[in-house]
Design a protein around this ligand. Structure first.
Ligand SMILES: [Zn+2]
Length: 278
């Protein structure tokens, strides 16, 4: 039987597109369990080139521009005396670690997607692990900052991740998370058409309330909670379902070079939460 990962409730309402909503705490999740084979099928080259992302490598500049925004906020809570070793779970091609590495004594990434981790090692000279965070043995290694950028919604069971993060961090360590907010105004208006409703890659749909509760359960106290804005390239806009059908507009934009433009947007539906281990 399904149990809610937030409140352990067992009663659910059916929403749309195979999503369930916990009757007790309101947590929303996809009613699927993905095995190793399915996961590696989803998170291959196609995922970063055409499926979930239009072209992750080509958008490196804008992706890093967004990571710089996130890092700038994270820095407000960092004490260089304590916060030295950073771990990024779901590091993909290492674009965040590349900009973060000069700010910390050590940065390490882990991702199940070998295309990404191979790239990070080969071209960015980063220390990254190809594998499953839950299965990887970190030995005596401890981390002072753990980042999950747009990653927690992809996990089969985020509670197991929080539990392990708790084990590999000490008091005052920080955790930084970004993810969509299912209770945001936009998600409520758009319902199943909200761009972040994306099973089976997005499995868990948090709200401020449910994410804070999960963090509290595993010993983390929230010290920052806001909506994150982001830069978006015109190129990335064309990856949205609506524009996929508008090929003529896309080729016009490409022709006159407008596809390379980018702009800042805050739709107040992406949570950025930083929590400290108490
Ligand atoms: Zn619940």
């Amino acid at each position: 039987m399904n149990k809610c990962i937030i409140c352990r409730g067992t009663k659910f309402k059916t929403l749309y597109r195979g999503l369930l909503k916990c009757s007790r705490c309101g947590h929303v999740f996809a009613n699927v369990k993905l095995g190793k084979k399915t996961l590696s099928k989803i998170y291959n080259t196609d995922y970063f080139c055409g499926k979930e992302y239009n072209n992750y490598l080509a958008d490196k500049e804008i992706i890093q521009k967004n990571f710089k925004l996130r890092l700038k906020i994270l820095h407000k809570f960092i004490n260089p005396k304590y916060h030295k070793n950073l771990l990024e779970i779901g590091c993909a091609y290492g674009f965040f670690l590349e900009i973060a590495k000069n700010n910390f004594s050590k940065v390490l990434g882990i991702d199940i997607c070998s295309d990404g981790t191979n790239y990070a090692r080969k071209y960015l000279n980063l220390d990254v692990i190809t594998g499953d965070f839950l299965k990887h043995n970190f030995g005596q290694q401890n981390f002072d900052i753990v980042c999950l950028w747009d990653t927690i919604e992809h996990l089969n069971n985020p509670a197991l991740y929080l539990n392990k993060i708790n084990q590999i961090t000490k008091k005052n360590s920080l955790i930084a998370i970004t993810t969509g907010d299912i209770s945001s105004l936009l998600a409520n208006i758009q319902k199943e058409k909200w761009r972040l409703i994306h099973p089976p890659t997005h499995l868990h749909y948090f709200s401020k309330k449910t994410l804070i509760k999960l963090l509290n359960t595993y010993g983390f106290e929230v010290i920052y909670c806001h909506y994150a804005g982001f830069y978006r390239s015109v190129n990335a806009i064309f990856q949205l379902q609506y524009f996929k059908r508008k090929k003529s507009i896309k080729s016009l934009f490409n022709k006159i070079g407008l596809n390379k433009l980018n702009f800042y947007l805050n739709l107040y539906d992406i949570l950025y939460i930083i929590a400290r281990k108490s």
